[in-house]
Design a protein around this ligand. Structure first.
Ligand SMILES: O=P(O)(O)OC[C@H]1O[C@H](OP(=O)(O)OP(=O)(O)O)[C@H](O)[C@@H]1O
Ligand SMILES: O=c1cc[nH]c(=O)[nH]1
Ligand SMILES: [Mg+2]
Length: 216
């Protein structure tokens, strides 16, 4: 089977609603944060379909024994928020994945070169190769930051086919780079926008997600 990058844009009205709130330049920081939390929640809900490992068993209801499906607590799960902006999506994701380990990765783009540099890396030395990893970062623009994150993860044993990215706005340059390097990857996004401008911003996008979340 040839692997191909898959990008899902779930047609859910709540995702559309919170994207609209986030895009609006008049949205204040406190509401922008809520929009990120909600987008993190609903996109993670979509991304965890057919991804969370389950186990079949039986339970005794008050009336009879019946078949039951539980989330398998033994299978390793990790969420990797890309700081800063990925923290905005984390809260919503974490409510759905309370057992996941959270490993922070801090990346920042140089404003002139647009090259990312890493200022915080809390990833473990080695991941169990069965670990399912959900990466959160609202913006995939040139793709430099997500390519750097994927390089750090795969170097530590993460399987790209068990990895899902939750973002809010994805742009073609990032999708092309990720597709060429990690064809088994699956991305969940609220929208795909066509353009990245000369300053590296997605147009129409939603501006600088990190600055809007943290009011800087
Ligand atoms: O695809 P790219 O061109 O690499 O751009 C996307 C990156 O830019 C933003 O982070 P930023 O560097 O602004 O840091 P911040 O989250 O601290 O604001 C965003 O959250 C991504 O990590
Ligand atoms: O439009 C963009 C591009 C990168 N990072 C952001 O926060 N916004
Ligand atoms: Mg930023």
């Amino acid at each position: 089977m040839t692997l191909q990058l898959r990008i899902y844009v779930p047609p859910h009205p709540l995702i559309k609603h919170w994207l609209a709130v986030a895009r609006d330049a008049a949205t204040p920081s406190v509401l922008f944060r809520s929009a990120m939390t909600e987008l993190g929640r609903w996109l993670t809900y979509e991304a965890t379909r057919e991804w969370l490992p389950t186990q079949e068993t039986t339970v005794e209801s008050p009336l009879a024994s019946c078949p039951a499906t539980f989330i398998d607590p033994e299978m390793p799960l990790a969420v990797v928020p890309i700081l800063r902006a990925g923290l905005g999506l984390l809260e919503g994701a974490q409510t759905l994945l309370p057992l996941a380990s959270i490993y922070h990765l801090g990346l920042v783009r140089n404003e002139e070169t647009l090259q990312p540099s890493c200022y915080l890396n809390r990833l473990p030395e080695k991941f169990d190769p069965q670990t399912r990893v959900l990466i959160t970062d609202p913006m995939l623009a040139t793709g430099g930051s997500m390519m750097a994150a994927m390089a750090e993860l795969t170097r530590r044993g993460v399987d790209p086919t068990l990895t899902r990215i939750v973002c809010v706005v994805a742009a073609p340059p990032a999708l092309q780079k990720l597709s060429a390097a990690y064809p088994g990857l699956i991305i969940y996004t609220a929208t795909i926008d066509e353009t990245v401008n000369d300053q590296g911003y997605i147009v129409p996008g939603l501006g600088d997600a990190g600055d809007r979340i943290f009011g800087t």
